[in-house]
Design a binder for this molecule. Sequence first.
Ligand SMILES: *Cc1c(COP(=O)(O)O)cnc(C)c1O
Length: 488
Amino acid sequence: MRQGGNRQTEKLLMERSVPGRVGTVLPDLDVPAQPLPGGALLRGELPLPEVSEPEVVQYFTGLSQLNFSIDTHFYPLGSCTMKYNPKINDEISFLPGFAGIHPMQPAEHSQGALELLHRLQGFLSEITGLPAVSLATLAGAHGELAGMLMIRAHHLANGGTGRTKVAIPDSAHGTNPASAAMAGFQVVELASDKEGNVDLEALREVAGPDLAGVMITLPSTLGLFDTNIVEVCRIVHEAGGLVYGDGANMNALLGRVKLGELGFDVAHLNLHKTFSTPHGGGGPGAGPVCATRQLAPYLSAPIVTQRGDAFELSTPEKSIGKLSGFHGNFGVLVRAYTYIRTLGGAGIKSISGNAVLNANYMMNALRGVYHLPYDRTCMHEAVFSADWQKERGSSGLEIAKRLLDYGFHAPTMYFPLIVHEALMIEPTESETKETIDSFVQALIDIDREVTENTELVNSAPHTTPVARLDEAKAARQPDLRWQPEAAD
Ligand SMILES: *Cc1c(COP(=O)(O)O)cnc(C)c1O
């Protein structure tokens, strides 16, 4: 947030420009001067700010502090795992040998990089209990599409042309039905029971000869471990279908539960949620796909294989093909590798221990203040409803906005869709008890404010550089750069 009073630091860079002021000094030419290209390529009147270096630094540092970020604030965005990631993982991925490598370099020149990818495939296989891994997919949704195409290819190869339906729980992330539909399947919605598990009766009804498979998120987006999961997999398999696992948020299960052992056939992981790449704002990600031996031949290409001492890129026998240009987002994969190596087995297990402990601590501290539609031990996140506050005049949105005044980013709101006025909160494994305590206190204080001063809550935020934005307009007509005022 900008500190009050200093007019100069509130100006845009262009407004600070003074003709002739210089921010950097170029070295003397040590090559012959060349004529500039013809006039068509040069814009004489291009307005560029003439400012000093400190002004540039102050301007951009100021801009960077207008926003909430994981390095400045607690960011309890459920189903997104906005946790703190150790900076060492960034530093390792910036090493020149990793950052400067070119994806077209021949395998014999990139053995170290290929070995790292091969080892990472092995770690992810160990973590998921699924023996085959492709790292090439670049996001969670991308991994889902790959998995759905693999399931389709498997059925087509085995005479299952009538398997046209994929069943997906009503609590699922929106990418699930989108991915299934893109792979050519018809999506059938699966109801959740009153405990928040997949409704087994509803599942039995769709488990027929036209079922290609199901897509299950574990823990579910209600933050719950589906206690029927083994039975869900059994019912689907018995009907000839396959089970896809959305493992975008695995921080509740790491080192304790393996998807492959529960009965999942193919799953994706979001390395940019669980395995240390910071995300938000649509930055680079990775959504590796892990599969059983049965589905391994269909994985997207390339995968890294080892022959003798050498590592090479190869294409699985019945591969669905390439879904990205090269071998995935290498920098993201290096971060995940570093994260796993620095933590080791015991450290990986402590991620899930702390994630689940923190979420349950927070959930129990708020029980009775905010409504808990599924009041069970939760996993890495808990989904509340702001219904009780709404009865007194403030919706989930107002509460989320008021949290900004207390110095906290809003939780995920209005998702999952099956919870009215949903506030989906994930403290993550990386926050301290003190931070969680002060967040809980803020929510308790806001609940009191809803009764005592509804208007204060409903006009929040009061302390941010801008208050309530037209979010649809901001997304559709972003105003991203300075423009000279129209001369009229
Ligand atoms: C984030 C998320 C996805 C999608 O991942 P992207 O990398 O954003 O494509 C899918 N499912 C769940 C449960 C998620 O939380």
